[in-house]
Design a binder for this molecule. Structure first.
Ligand code: CDP
Length: 210
């Protein structure tokens, strides 16, 4: 079975950084699936069509992985718009095959998102559910955004995270939930090195490396 590593968790839990480092260490391709929803959200925002479900589904169908620009999609508006379009089953369906195909690559892959272990790769041999307290996540995202020149306050960032958590966990279609067989990794009190070491330990145990 190819080594598919599924990493899920809420906003700013550290799942993206972990996914990138694990992929680099194991020389596996990595797909940040949040970027797909961000790209669809941004497209709809730009067209003034965020409330238009059909337009968001059409944008998802037209999405081309090769043209995604991660830097342009990391802002807070893109995250909020992503979470709006991501609640629509038609948008999720339109992005399904692309994610499945990425995961089915010969040597394996690392995918991170909200529903990788539950919907996209339910048979993945390694599943991690990365989380942290909302206040800790807000602090991390605040620093990240400030470094990018954003003037958002910590309070605004925390409010955004809480709103996104509620929308992502409360939606009917592929809600953010830990897969039964996922290993929970709470990074509230871990720095990135500690979280990475814990994640790699899970990978080794789950792949029989001990
Ligand atoms: O980095 P952060 O966790 O803030 O955001 P992200 O992973 O880029 O995801 C942005 C939004 O896309 C999330 O709030 C989810 O609503 C949605 N998403 C999803 O529904 N399913 C995924 N597999 C990935 C992201």
């Amino acid at each position: 079975m190819p080594l598919v590593i599924a990493i899920d968790g809420p906003a700013a839990s550290g799942k993206g950084t972990l996914a990138r480092r694990i992929a680099q260490t194991l020389a596996l391709p990595h797909l940040d699936t949040g970027l797909l929803y961000r790209a669809v959200g941004v497209r709809c925002l730009e067209d003034g069509l965020l409330d238009d479900e059909a337009a968001s589904i059409a944008a998802a169908r037209m999405l081309d992985l090769a043209t995604l620009d991660p830097e342009a999609l990391r802002g807070a508006e893109a995250g909020a718009a992503a979470s709006v379009v991501a609640a629509r089953p038609g948008v999720r369906a339109a992005l399904f095959d692309l994610q499945r195909a990425f995961a089915a690559r010969d040597g394996g892959a690392v995918l991170d998102g909200r529903d990788i272990g539950t919907v996209i790769c339910p048979d993945a041999p390694v599943k991690l559910f990365v989380t942290a307290a909302p206040e800790v996540r807000a602090q991390r995202r605040f620093k990240e955004l400030a470094a990018r020149g954003s003037d958002q306050t910590l309070e605004t960032v925390l409010a955004d995270i809480r709103e996104r958590d509620a929308r992502d966990s409360g939606r009917a279609s592929a809600p953010l939930v830990k897969a039964e067989d996922a290993v929970l990794l709470d990074t509230s009190k871990l720095d990135i090195e500690e979280a990475f070491a814990a994640a790699m330990w899970v990978v080794r145990v789950k792949t029989g490396g001990g």
